[in-house]
Design a protein around this ligand. Structure first.
Ligand SMILES: [Zn+2]
Length: 357
């Protein structure tokens, strides 16, 4: 692969919020954002108006983001995560099972249209942080908790690359689910990412905009944090305390909250395919606090929560019961993707290159 610059990476970024009354941007720390201080309201730094902060008013994190410069786009490494080991080739064909399901429930014409739409989708690349957070989100929100993911490092084509001017705001324009036709004359459309590494610039691109890729399977086999016996002892103590409380609760009969929870679970189990083969032991919150403190130093609260929720999804997707020690081991093998990103990026940059043009 030709020499690509790496951008600085951090999972401890803050946010900028836009104001509806004036053009000023108001910074907001990740902690305040996560804790939704003041019922998610802050005063605008420009005019003092009250801003109800959240995704709907998320602004560009860096107003001078170098990715706004067309020439810069081809000089840096872009990232993507996928469950396909041959992205973007494999991901562009609709899986046979999906096509069969469509044919069963739609007219053959509608099924054919769905397939054409799938195969005409634009591809997406973003910062390292956006790619990793995309994986975490898919794990918890899209039933991919147990899936094998791959990280891709992407070089864009240098010659004749047509880039749309400026950037699109996902809040007001289509950006995340574009077809190649939606790209118009452009090969590359910049957009403000609101879901993954919110406030960063991602790109919707034509497959032909990709010059080359490198790939690595996640978690990275050679990058695993240690699991100290002292940590396992603490986890054991948390588990014992948790079981004791559970037993006490059972003795006193179910609380109204328990009854509600059971109702929700029963409804979920009624949907076929969502029933785990073996009932999973639940993961107490204090257990996660221990793991987050040990394995995710320097990671912001919103990203920690996303990571933890992805790990819960992994836990729930396992067909056999996962013991606490195995869970801690998995947590310790995934965390370096966030905390040792420099090593991850060195490893992927040393990987063999798949060239497309
Ligand atoms: Zn204002």
């Amino acid at each position: 692969m030709r020499d690509l610059a790496e951008r600085p990476v951090t999972f401890n970024y803050d946010y900028n919020m836009a104001c509806s009354a004036c053009p000023a941007l108001t910074p907001l720390t990740s902690t305040d954002y996560h804790q939704q201080i003041n019922q998610a309201h802050i005063a605008c730094h420009g005019c003092g108006a009250s801003i109800h902060f959240g995704r709907a008013v998320m602004a560009l994190r860096d107003a001078a983001d170098p990715a706004l410069d067309d020439g810069y786009l081809t000089g840096v490494a872009w990232y993507h995560t996928s469950t396909y080991s041959d992205w973007p080739v494999g991901s562009r064909t609709m899986p046979a099972a999906t096509l069969d399901a469509h044919r069963e429930h739609m007219s053959s014409e509608a099924a054919e249209n769905a397939r054409a739409r799938h195969e005409n989708q634009a591809l997406h690349v973003g910062t390292y942080e956006a790619a990793i957070e995309s994986m975490l989100r898919r794990m918890s929100d899209q039933d991919d908790g147990g899936a094998q993911f791959f990280l891709y490092r992407v070089a864009l084509r240098v010659l004749d690359l047509v880039v749309e001017r400026g950037w699109r705001d996902e809040n007001t324009e289509h950006a995340a689910r574009l077809s190649q036709d939606d790209l118009g004359d452009a090969d590359v459309v910049r957009y403000l990412n609101l879901f993954e590494s919110p406030g960063s610039i991602s790109l919707a691109i034509r497959p032909s905009a990709i010059a080359a890729t490198q790939q690595i399977a996640l978690p990275v086999d050679t990058l695993r944090d240690g699991v100290e016996p002292s940590l396992l002892a603490e986890v054991g103590a948390v588990r014992i305390e948790h079981e004791r409380r559970e037993a006490e609760r059972l003795r006193h009969g179910p609380s109204p909250l328990d009854l509600l929870r059971r109702k929700v679970e029963a409804r979920r189990d009624a949907i076929a395919g969502l029933i785990p083969t073996v009932r999973q032991k639940n993961l107490p919150q204090p257990l996660h606090q221990l793991l987050v403190d040990r394995y995710l130093p320097g990671v912001s609260e919103p990203v920690r929560e996303r990571f933890t929720s992805a790990m819960r999804a992994w836990h729930g997707a396992q067909e056999t019961l996962v013991g606490d020690a195995d869970y801690v081991t998995r947590f310790a093998s995934m965390a370096p993707i966030l905390t040792r990103h420099q090593e991850v990026r060195q490893l992927i940059a040393a990987d063999s290159v798949t060239t497309f043009r």
